[in-house]
Ligand binder design. Structure first.
Ligand SMILES: Nc1ccn([C@@H]2O[C@H](COP(=O)(O)OP(=O)(O)OP(=O)(O)O)[C@@H](O)[C@H]2O)c(=O)n1
Ligand SMILES: C[C@](O)(CO)[C@H](O)COP(=O)(O)O
Length: 233
C-alpha cells in the first residue's frame, strides 16, 4: 500500500516596518553578528533536513533584499514579494503564492523573521511532537512571572492567575489548507494559532524556551546577539 508523507514548508513573514524598534530601516535588515537579522533564522530553516523549501514574504516594494547575498543559504530559499498590511495578510499572501507547490495536507511552519535565535532543536521538537496531530500547534513557553492587570491609571486592578497561561512563539505549524482557510476568514489575529482557534480548533502547545525571543525593541537586539554568541551545539 502506498503511504502519503506530508512535506514541510516554511513561510517567513518579513514585510513589517519595525515601528517599535524605531530604526532607520526595517528590523529584519538590521545588522546582527555581521549579517542581516533575518539571515539567522533563514539559515536555520534552510539547514533543517525536514524542511523542503523556505519562502520569505517581503513587502511588494522591498528594495533591500536584493542588496544582500543570500546564495550561501542554498536553493531552498525563495523570496516572494507579496507582503500585506498586517502580519496575517503577509502570511496569507505567502500561502496563496505557493498554492501550486503545496498539497492540502502538507505542513507549513510560519516563523517570524524577527526571531533570529531559532535553533535546530526547536524545529525538530515541533515537527516530531506534531507529526501525528490532527490540527498542528506552536512553540510556546509557560508564563513565569506573576501577572497584573492594570487599570486606566496604571494601578493594579487585579492579579491574574498564571496557571495554564503560555506565551506564543513561532514556528507555528499547521496543514496548508486548514491554515489558508482559517486566515481567509479570521480577522485581526496576531498569530496563526488564533486563526485556527477562531475556526473552532485547538492547536497543541509545544514547549520551547526563552532563547527563541522576538526582536521588538532595541534591547532585544543585544539579547539576541548574546544568545547566538553563547550557544553551543
Ligand atoms: N505587515 C506585516 C507586519 C509584520 N510582518 C512580519 O511579522 C513578524 C512579526 O511582527 P512584528 O515583530 O510585529 O514586526 P513589525 O510589524 O515589523 O514590528 P512593529 O509591530 O514594531 O512595527 C516580523 O517578522 C514582521 O516582518 C509582516 O510580514 N508583514
Ligand atoms: C506570532 C507572534 O510572534 C507570537 O508571539 C506574535 O504574535 C507576533 O508579534 P506581534 O508583535 O503581535 O506582531
Amino acid at each position: 500500500m502506498q503511504t502519503f508523507h506530508p512535506r514541510h514548508f516554511a513561510i517567513v513573514p518579513a514585510a513589517g516596518s519595525g515601528s517599535r524598534m524605531g530604526a532607520a530601516r526595517p528590523k529584519q535588515y538590521l545588522p546582527l553578528l555581521g549579517r542581516p537579522l533575518i539571515h539567522h533564522a533563514l539559515a536555520t530553516l534552510c539547514a533543517a533536513p525536514a524542511i523542503e523549501r523556505v519562502f520569505v514574504v517581503l513587502s511588494v516594494d522591498d528594495a533591500e533584499w536584493a542588496r544582500h547575498d543570500w546564495s550561501g543559504l542554498g536553493s531552498k530559499l525563495v523570496p516572494l514579494f507579496c507582503g500585506g498590511a498586517t502580519r496575517a495578510d503577509s502570511v496569507l499572501g505567502g500561502l496563496r503564492a505557493i498554492a501550486g507547490e503545496a498539497a492540502q495536507s502538507d505542513w507549513v511552519l510560519v516563523h517570524d523573521a524577527a526571531r533570529p535565535c531559532l535553533a535546530p532543536w526547536h524545529i525538530d521538537k515541533l515537527v516530531r511532537e506534531l507529526a501525528q496531530d490532527e490540527v498542528g500547534g506552536l512553540l510556546a513557553v509557560p508564563v513565569a512571572d506573576t501577572l497584573k492587570r492594570a487599570d486606566e491609571h496604571r494601578h493594579v486592578a487585579e492579579t491574574v492567575p498564571r496557571d495554564s497561561l503560555w506565551q506564543a512563539q513561532t514556528p507555528q505549524m499547521f496543514r496548508y489548507v486548514m491554515l489558508r482557510r482559517a486566515l481567509e476568514t479570521a480577522s485581526e489575529v496576531t498569530d496563526e494559532a488564533s486563526a485556527i482557534e477562531m475556526a473552532g480548533l485547538r492547536p497543541r502547545l509545544v514547549q520551547g524556551d526563552a532563547t527563541n525571543l522576538k526582536v521588538t525593541y532595541p534591547l532585544d537586539l543585544h539579547l539576541a546577539e548574546w544568545i547566538l554568541q553563547h550557544r553551543r551545539g
